[in-house]
Design a protein around this ligand. Structure first.
Ligand SMILES: *Cc1c(COP(=O)(O)O)cnc(C)c1O
Length: 416
């Protein structure tokens, strides 16, 4: 179908710079050689009406204090850049930003208590991965990090830890068996960790059920750390990554999809990078990837996978997750074993940054300030100009951006 679509179209675009390069160099190489002029890039964006003003009234108020009324900046989001000069020289600005985040976290903690009967500490790091469950998105890598943290606390109960509430949410396609195994494993690990008195508030794991836009609008404003950990070359763009960025979450992520451009916009010092690059992934595949060799070399990975294999998280049915572990040790198509140690290292840097509250908030401010490029207004303007040859006309409603919001999302200040 993609081939027919290319033949029949006057323009073909990737949805992030790296994705466009992959289309031209690999997936549609021969079409690109035939019709190079057809190929373009249009990096995805998100609407700041829903993903900022609609879902985060308190951050919106904060921004209005610094930048003026919404109308003055919402349609030209690049103007968020001025936040950086305002905020980095004024300690009270980052303090206020931290207070907004904590407020959002407190409200989301109420939802967790109501829906999951779990009490979480709002001061703990809210570490969130919400997206469709798929092997390429590597929720399993996140789950193995949680297991690593859990086993470390069990082994050294007196070591200081940076408390985390890890939340993983998303739906699986009905027939996607492996994805459902991963959901089952996450739930099993959660039940062991959350009911272990030796763990207490040091670590919680919650599987967020029925992840949809309504839940996204609640969890994203309350997130400290956004997990964007797909294998390089597999996520075309991602848009969840952008929603977190504009809401002041920091990202731990790979050089994949729009992460690459997000990191360029905010500066490498404000992004927790790990993992192989696309050329490194290609080289490893070509050389013959053997997950077992990484398992043998990494004590953390070995300990975590062995615990799953021994039935630590499925005591009534120790073999329950054997197929999942075997799949990783024998195939591991998305190479999580190869990226595991670097991921654990990046998570250690995340902890160090979180311990330094002012530094974390300054980084969050830099994320928000640099998020302007990822407004869908910019994306749609590019489609209009470069592909559709569509010209703007005067809108019939002017001057009231709140009128552009779905009315349901204007529940200012209301409890969740
Ligand atoms: C934004 C969004 C997505 C896409 O998330 P990715 O992390 O880019 O895969 C999926 N589901 C919902 C409900 C969303 O709001």
């Amino acid at each position: 179908m993609a081939r027919l679509a290319i033949v029949g179209s006057h323009a073909v675009n990737g949805v992030a710079a790296i994705h466009t390069e992959i289309l031209k160099a690999s997936l549609f190489r021969s079409f690109y050689e035939l019709w190079p002029e057809k190929f373009q890039n249009k990096t995805n964006g998100i609407t700041p009406r829903r993903w900022l003003i609609g879902c985060n009234p308190r951050l919106t108020d904060f921004l209005c204090e610094k930048l003026g009324p919404i109308e003055q900046w919402i349609r030209s989001l690049d103007s968020l850049q001025t936040l950086k000069s305002i905020g980095l020289n004024d300690q009270s600005v980052v303090t206020k930003l931290a207070a907004v985040k904590l407020d959002n976290k407190r409200r989301f903690a109420q939802l967790i208590k109501r829906d999951y009967k779990i009490e979480v500490n709002p001061e703990a790091m809210f570490d969130v991965q919400v997206k469709r469950i798929h092997e390429y998105k590597r929720q399993m890598l996140n789950c193995l990090h949680v297991i690593t943290m859990y086993l470390r606390i069990k082994k050294s109960p007196n070591e200081p830890v940076v408390p985390r509430v890890v939340m993983i949410g998303g739906k699986a396609a009905p027939g996607y068996w492996m994805a459902k195994q991963v959901i089952s494993l996450i739930c099993s690990v959660a039940s062991v960790i959350n009911n272990d008195p030796a763990i207490g508030n040091k670590l919680k794991l919650i599987y967020l059920e029925n992840y949809n836009v309504t839940l996204a609008e609640k969890v994203i404003p309350a997130t400290d750390l956004s997990e964007q950990i797909s294998l390089a070359g597999t996520e075309a763009s991602g848009t969840g990554n952008m929603k977190f960025m504009i809401n002041g979450a920091l990202t731990v992520g790979t050089l994949d999809g729009a992460n690459v451009e997000m990191r360029e916009e905010m500066g490498a010092e404000n992004f927790f990078l790990f993992g192989m690059t696309v050329p490194q992934v290609e080289a490893l595949r070509k050389a013959g990837y053997n997950p077992k060799s990484f398992y043998d070399k990494s004590p953390d990975l070995k300990v975590a996978l062995d615990a799953v294999l021994r039935g630590v998280f499925s005591p009534s049915k120790p073999d329950k997750f054997k197929p999942v572990v075997e799949n990783i040790l024998c195939h591991d198509f998305y190479m999580l074993c190869a990226d595991f140690d670097d991921y654990i290292k990046a998570q250690k840097k995340v902890n160090e940054a979180y311990l330094d509250k002012p530094r974390w908030s300054r980084m969050a401010l830099c994320n928000i300030a640099a998020s302007g490029k990822f407004s869908s207004d910019r994306t749609i303007r590019e489609y209009c100009k470069d592909i559709w040859n569509a010209h703007p006309c005067e809108p019939s409603v002017t001057g009231n951006v709140r009128a552009e919001l779905p009315s349901r999302t204007i529940n200012e200040g209301k409890a969740i």
